[in-house]
Design a protein around this ligand. Structure first.
Ligand code: GDP
Ligand code: MG
Length: 458
């Protein structure tokens, strides 16, 4: 962290402006070797004030030619993104011009940054905790309004605060045990009060609550998986294309047209879905179709929601339904081709009356809005996102699970009169697990893994 890093912080390609970032102890001196307020000849300026914007020109390092007309911002640490001295040069955005400026910055002594290195420095300089650093990546990756909402709440440090609070309660509990270990002559064994045990159980409860929130909400980030299934030719591919509002799947009157599952993202009211169109399930000797049907079945198993399709002239059979749709799956019964309805639409049996049903015509684009609304309702029905905007990610969830396991072991140990030393180990391990979330105890591996997923310049 003693050197000065630089990178192009904006996407490659042509655009209005492109930003080059420099961070580190030499940021300011490097910039002053290149930046001149005068255009006609290079003139070093040293009277920069922090957090002001300066207009001027970037010269090549021999101070002979102007490379670009720019705005320059100097942010004195610690009031900057990395908490170090930071320079941002706003140049014109073109692949060539930005590279030319970058090369000059490198020539003057900066080093090209690694992915996520700016954010990593902000973390290592303790300006943000690890959950906030991760939120930066999540904000960039957000593909829906909800994903963005959760990421921005995380960047405010809400999750970090809650985890730190739990961790401090564990540290307090550990200190109660350790006082006893440290004075072994004192023969009184460790007896936490009823209240202290309840407190520990409460920390466990809170960890579990976070894990549940992750499980409930992870699909809001990755997309809720919806699989369209049914017999050949019911109009699965036609429905897929209607939902996506584009021709994604091939449609023909020939049964068995769709073989490989076709997958595509779809956003309904800010919630991301991944829709899969599958091969029609039926008895066949066609080898390729058989493989397609196997794939369809595996998609159905891993899917969050099934659209079970039927067409006029067929009947709903409980046996067939139960063979295709695993018990307990969220299902919507979709009757397609109502435009050729001759009063013979398939109906749900008595036993399955509770399943939401919708009648559509994929051909005439009828009932599609209603179906989308049903998909939305069924996906968010048992979610209570209003309670907490804080959603732990998969890494957090794993750490929370480890912490919960250790607390559980400690609680069991307390019941069985476990030796204090063992209790202390369990509590310590839960403290460490929670510490990996905010970064207090995160290993180099964890840090490298997190920051390597960032883009360069962030
Ligand atoms: N009349 C009518 N025909 C449809 C409708 N939806 C699909 N089809 C036709 O049914 C045939 C099979 O459609 P396709 O989407 O390929 O079915 P899949 O095998 O289930 O994927 C094609 O000829 C479609 O044009 C509909 O709503 N009404
Ligand atoms: Mg098809």
């Amino acid at each position: 962290m003693n050197d000065t890093i630089t990178a192009i912080a904006t996407p490659f390609g042509s655009g209005g402006i492109g930003v080059i970032r420099i961070s580190g102890p030499d940021a300011f001196s490097i910039a002053s070797k290149l930046f001149s307020k005068r255009k006609s000849r290079f003139e070093i300026s040293e009277d920069f004030e922090s957090h002001k914007v300066y207009h001027g020109y970037i010269f090549d390092h021999q101070a002979l030619a102007v490379i670009d007309e720019v705005l320059l911002i100097f942010m004195k640490g610690p009031s900057s993104y990395t908490a170090e001295d930071v320079i941002e040069i706003q140049a014109h955005s073109g692949t060539y011009v930005l590279r030319a400026v970058l090369e000059e910055v490198l020539f003057c002594g900066a080093r090209l940054s690694e992915p996520g290195e700016f954010t990593k420095r902000a973390f290592l300089n303790q300006r943000i905790d690890l959950t906030q650093a991760e939120a930066v990546a999540d904000i960039i990756a957000a593909k829906s309004a909800n994903a963005l909402k959760f990421a921005t709440s995380q960047i405010l440090g809400t999750l970090g605060e809650k985890i730190r609070e739990l961790r401090e309660r564990l540290i307090h509990f550990l200190s109660l045990i350790e006082v006893n270990i440290d004075f072994p002559d004192d023969v009184t064994p460790f007896y936490p009060s009823e209240n202290e045990i309840l407190g520990l159980a409460d920390v466990l409860e809170k960890c579990r609550g976070f894990i549940k929130q992750h499980n409930d909400a992870c699909f809001l980030k990755e997309g809720i998986r919806v699989t369209i299934c049914g017999s050949p030719n019911v109009g699965k591919s036609s429905l897929m294309n209607r939902l996506l509002e584009k021709d994604r799947s091939i449609i023909t009157p020939i049964p068995g047209t769709t073989r490989d599952p076709v997958e595509e993202g779809l956003n309904i009211d800010g919630i991301p879905f991944v829709i899969t169109d599958t091969a029609g399930i039926h008895q066949t000797d066609d080898l390729v179709e058989i493989i397609g049907i196997e794939k369809a079945k595996s998609h159905i198993t891993t899917s969050d929601i099934i659209l079970y399709m039927k067409e006029p002239g067929t009947v709903f059979s409980e046996r067939e339904f139960e063979k295709i749709v695993p018990q307990g799956k969220k299902v919507i019964f979709v009757v397609n081709k109502i435009d050729i309805n001759e009063g013979n639409l398939p109906r749900l049996s008595e036993k399955y009356q509770h399943i939401p049903a919708v009648e559509i015509s994929a051909l005439l684009n009828q009932g599609i809005r209603e179906l989308k609304q049903k998909i939305l309702n069924i996906s968010i029905a048992d979610l209570d996102m209003a309670k907490s905007p804080v959603i732990p990610n998969l890494r957090h969830k794993k750490a929370l699970e480890q912490a919960a396991d250790s607390i559980e072991a400690a609680l069991a140990g307390l019941k069985n009169g476990q030796a204090e030393e063992i209790l202390a180990i369990d509590i310590k391990s839960s403290i460490d697990s929670l510490g990996t979330i905010t970064g207090e105890t995160a290993s180099i591996d964890i840090l490298d893994n997190i920051f390597s997923n960032f883009c360069i310049g962030k």
